[in-house]
Design a protein around this ligand. Sequence first.
Ligand SMILES: [Zn+2]
Length: 404
Amino acid sequence: MIMRKYTYKLYPKPKQAEALLGQLRLHQQLYNAALQERIEAYQKCGISITYNNQQASLTQIRAEHPEYKALSCTSERMTLRRLDKAFSAFFARVKRGHTAGFPRFKSLSRFHSFDLLDTKFQHGERKHGCLFIKGVGHIQARGKSRLLGKIKTSQVQHKHGSWWLSLTVEAEPDRECIEKKACGIDWGIEKLITLTQPGGEYFSIKNPRYYKTGEAQQTALEQSITKKKRGSNNWKRACKALSCFKRKQANQRKDAQHKLTSAIANRYTLVAMEELSIKNMSRSATGTCEQHGKNVKQKAGLNREILDTAPAALMSMIRYKVEETGGELVSTPTRKIKPSQRCPRCHHTHKGNRTTQANFTCTACGFHQNADVVSAYNSAAWALGLGREHVPEVFASKPLLSTA
Ligand SMILES: [Zn+2]
């Protein structure tokens, strides 16, 4: 069994939208009241109130306030649970010695969703569906779940003025891997991925560089906001235009990643990939007050490019899709193997082997090949336990994937 999340857009009628907003507000007030109660009990009496205490007092709240009685009880519990999670996270941060952010009161503009436990959602024949919420009625929903299964939890979200339903579904995996091959993957900025098979066939996909291509347009949109009077109708319109642009860009990236990772999962049952440490890679070069960093500006640009490829999302997509076919994603230990510095033919591992970003020339045996291809091959060879004698005679580019 696997867990998957699917999002549907909700189409409430005007009255229903009003009711939804009313429910969201009640959840927000419940959240703030519960936070207030915890703070006061601690300040006045030194008592720590738990989730169980607050959950028990829900009965009383529901008896005294009929508007809360109109909501689903489990849904209210989920909101209290959310506050409890915020406190647990806070205490965990304190324990680790971090400067901890205390859970804060939330205005409606910071409170975007409420949860449903017993979701009454009716799937359409192949897609779309209908959601029933107590006190609101039946709401039409548009979207599609690739896997139909048991709905565990769901969340009603209010974003950019629209309503959304996020379903968490438990289902049996049903993806099929056709060719059942093995490969290694190297991730990069110039080429988004390079994929090498143990036989030496390789394939790379250019990085679409969404950030760079849209940079000028984004700057123009940002500048148009600063030129307008804050809070005015024109200002609001300009803010909306920017958020639309960013959403469109994110959707394009996600769509391309889904196509690519599905194509990989359709062909490969064993995928080896270097463990990525995005946090370290994209660490700011600013440094500290005492010690200023070098090349701050260049590093900031590079960080943007790293994050633009969304490597973590790409890797997790490959992982879950390959696992859905019954395959496996293996993480190659970077420090032990050093895939980008190791010669596939003689295993001589040295920094100097990589003459430039793109070129690999072994200083011991003279083996020459594209650096990304070498790195991806080394990952695959390590995962399969292949020795030096298995290195292919020729590395040949082959169109393995039909997606561009
Ligand atoms: Zn060599």
